[in-house]
Design a binder for this molecule. Structure first.
Ligand SMILES: N[C@@H](CCC(=O)N[C@@H](CS)C(=O)NCC(=O)O)C(=O)O
Length: 217
């Protein structure tokens, strides 16, 4: 078996790939980076041209984009967490896999507004309001899908991992209390040891510990 290396930043989208690797229970090497200059080094840019995470070294090649990594890993290990072509749930599996990014982009935009942009004067209350509302609508769709279900599909799968991370970020900006089914699903995901392990900081600081900008308080 070829060596697998995952490049990851604490609480970044690479949590999805890390969590999935733990669920798959396959051997791999974890390389944790700090956000910032480290991701813009010549050596790292040679792996990921935008200097982002995740980035997976596998089968002697380098793969980036969480959706692609999820699909590739499920296929490679023929995991029941994936849904193969021809599976009755294949279409829905692909839909939720990509929906995870729809949710994540609002979370990323809000993280940028609340945390990455440091000065209040540089933040946009309008962008924050719009993004929070669009995120809330995106969560509504998940809450509807989860009515009467334990997981997004008939059983726990890699799309719970992908969307689960997006909702982990979203909950810093939109209260989940209004979404009963979604909250129950998050609680079930949190009970999974693999999720908890993928959220371990390993000494890195949490980007979500900063106090949020007043607009949502
Ligand atoms: N669509 C990409 C997004 C990757 C991405 O934007 N990752 C962020 C972390 S959540 C990143 O690496 N940011 C660091 C930077 O831009 O410097 C994916 O799903 O892998």
């Amino acid at each position: 078996m070829s060596e697998i290396v995952l490049h990851h930043c604490h609480q970044a989208r690479s949590v999805r790939s890390l969590w999935l690797l733990y669920e798959l229970d396959v051997p791999f090497t974890l390389v944790m980076h700090d956000f910032g200059k480290e991701l813009r080094s010549e050596a790292y840019l040679a792996k990921h041209p935008l200097g982002r995470v995740p980035c997976l070294e596998i089968d002697g090649r380098v793969l980036f984009e969480t959706g692609a990594i999820t699909e590739y890993l499920c296929e490679k290990f023929e995991s029941s967490l994936g849904r193969k072509a021809g599976d009755p749930e294949r279409m829905e599996w692909l839909q939720w896999l990509h929906y995870a990014e729809t949710v994540a982009v609002h979370g990323a935009s809000l993280t940028q507004q609340h945390i990455v942009i440091f000065e209040d004067k540089d933040r946009s209350p309008m962008v924050m309001k719009l993004e929070a509302r669009r995120l809330e609508k995106a969560l509504e769709v998940l809450d509807a899908q989860l009515q009467g279900r334990k997981y997004l599909l008939s059983d726990f799968s890699a799309v719970d991992v992908s969307v689960g991370y997006s909702v982990f970020v979203a909950q810093h900006f939109v209260g989940l209390g209004q979404f009963k089914a979604l909250s129950g699903w998050m609680a079930r995901l949190r009970d999974r040891g693999a999720f908890a392990k993928a959220l371990l900081s390993n000494g890195k600081t949490s980007i979500y510990q900063r106090e949020f900008y007043g607009i949502l308080n």
